[in-house]
Design a protein. Sequence first.
Length: 303
Amino acid sequence: MNNGNHHNGAATAGGVGPAGIAGAGDNQWLLRVRNLTKIYGEPGPRTLELTGPEFSSNICPDTDSIVACAEVSFDLYPGEVLGIVGESGSGKSTVVKLLYFDLGKTAGSALLYPYDQGQTNMLEASGQQKRRIRNHLMGMVYQNPRDGLNFHFSSGGNIAEKLIMAGQLHVGGIRERASQLLEKTEIPVRRLDDTPATFSGGMQQRVQIAKAIANNPPLLFLDEVTTGLDVSVQARVLDLIRELQQELGIAMIVVSHDLSVIRMLTDRTLVMKNGRIVESGLTDQILQDPQHAYTQLLVSSLL
Ligand SMILES: Nc1ncnc2c1ncn2[C@@H]1O[C@H](COP(=O)(O)OP(=O)(O)OP(=O)(O)O)[C@@H](O)[C@H]1O
């Protein structure tokens, strides 16, 4: 498991920023996740014992319940980019969907420092508090733009929605901010009133990114955001994410089955298999010297 010692001297650490962690000290985590677990179906007493990488299965032989993820623990520091890599079905998306409140947990806790100074498990917050956390402190970019965007709204309308949810009501200000965000994500501002349905796949992802960062959240989730795009389009979206990360100092959790995406974007990586973390560490170290047999297989497929 990660020892929590590494972080990259985040731009927001110690400063008065959207992370709200002024004076929190240099080693203050932004997000602390412990024993995050999601099980579909009724688990039995031995469900966790009888599933996982050593069984090459996440299905409990006693109850047929599915362990989407179990006992996932890690810390994320302000401005740090953490990757989650693993094959299809390993539980990567489940982890970010639990943290973004798209799914309800079976067990575990997640403390987000700007929410109640990290004193309260945000996974047990009320619906209203969760909406507040989501609107002010987090952004999400989904693999499928239809999950993150309303295709009946214009691109500007999609961004406006996020701004309004966070309490911005001044129409002129909203339009100006939406234009600024489109510019930042390299979409011609003249497309402000066009719907995402008229955009290319790469542009749709960039509108999702613009919407996700609209309220300057300290934390952004990216779930397979370039999967399915043409290689050249992928490269442009990845470059944009990297530039925005450097400019804004935003912490990110990047989910991908693709180690080249993980290599390009992340500082530290969790490797998942059958719902469990099998290895974690600095991305460079994992790529150079993978310890777990499964990670070795993943890395060799990259070479
Ligand atoms: N609604 C559901 N009911 C039952 N099982 C589910 C449900 N959603 C996900 N699962 C299972 O949970 C496990 C983890 O799924 P998850 O989507 O997190 O994997 P992943 O690593 O993100 O893979 P992918 O990229 O293919 O989505 C898989 O075995 C999946 O079949």
